[in-house]
Every structure is written in C-alpha cells, then in structure tokens.
Write a protein that binds this ligand. Structure first.
Ligand SMILES: [Zn+2]
Length: 140
C-alpha cells in the first residue's frame, strides 16, 4: 500500500478527473467547427466511446494522459501499488474495448491530452481519419 490517506487520495482523484474533461470538450468544439456531427458516449458500444460517428463507423477516443497511462510525462504512474493496479486496469480495459470495437467493424482513433497543444495537427488527423465532413456526406 502507498501511504496516502483515503481522504487525500479522493481529493487528488477528483482534481485530476475534473481536469480530464477539458480535452474532450476541446475536441468536440473542434469537430463541430469542422462540420462533423457525432454522438457522445454511445451506451450501446463497448466502453461507451467518447465520440461516435455512426454513419462512418468511426470512433474517436480522447484519453487523459494520467488516467490512461500514456507514455508521456503526464502519464507517469505515481508510486504505490494502488495506482499501479488502477492504472493498469484502465489500460487493459482500453485495450479490450478497442479490440471489441474493431471486431464489430469500427475504426478507432485515439487522441491524447498532451497532443492537443497542436490543434492544427489534430484537425488534420481528424479530417484524415473521418473523411469529408457534413457538407458532402448526408449521413452523420
Ligand atoms: Zn500524453
């Protein structure tokens, strides 16, 4: 066990979690401005993916570096068995969900929180992944 008190731990987790929603909002705004239409947290799909493009059969995940244990600076796992277990479980779950979605015929793209500093690049990657936007396709 690590030596952080439960109260302190839940405080830390809260702080991190609320920060975690910002990257998703950023990407949603970007997608809207690009003319794409999407659904959020589709309950009928494994892992309730962040952003779903039904007509295109594409899914975009926005991963917070901490919670999804990215290999960057922000994804460093804190010392202690608790975090190692928790973040490992998150990573395994991500992997399993991704495989299920692919098996169901979906294409997935994962964007990391730390990559959102370069929105021009993100926009390019989204366009490449999703194809033409609303103006031309009629579905989704
Ligand atoms: Zn990262």
């Amino acid at each position: 066990m690590d030596n952080i008190s439960p109260e302190k731990r839940s405080k830390i987790m809260k702080a991190i979690r609320s920060k975690d929603t910002r990257p998703e909002l950023l990407v949603r705004k970007l997608l809207t401005s690009m003319g794409y239409r999407y659904r959020l947290h589709s309950r009928d799909l494994p892992g309730k993916p962040d952003i779903t493009f039904k007509g295109r059969k594409k899914i975009v995940f926005i991963h917070g570096c901490f919670w999804h244990a990215h290999t960057c600076q922000g994804g460093r796992v804190p010392v202690g068995e608790y975090w190692q277990k928790k973040l490992n479980a998150n990573m395994e779950r991500d992997k399993a969900n991704n495989q299920k979605l692919i098996a169901l015929g979906w294409d997935t793209l994962t964007l990391w929180e730390c990559e959102l500093n370069d929105l021009a690049l993100i926009e390019m990657r989204l366009r490449q992944f999703l194809g033409k936007s609303k103006a031309i396709t009629s579905q989704d």
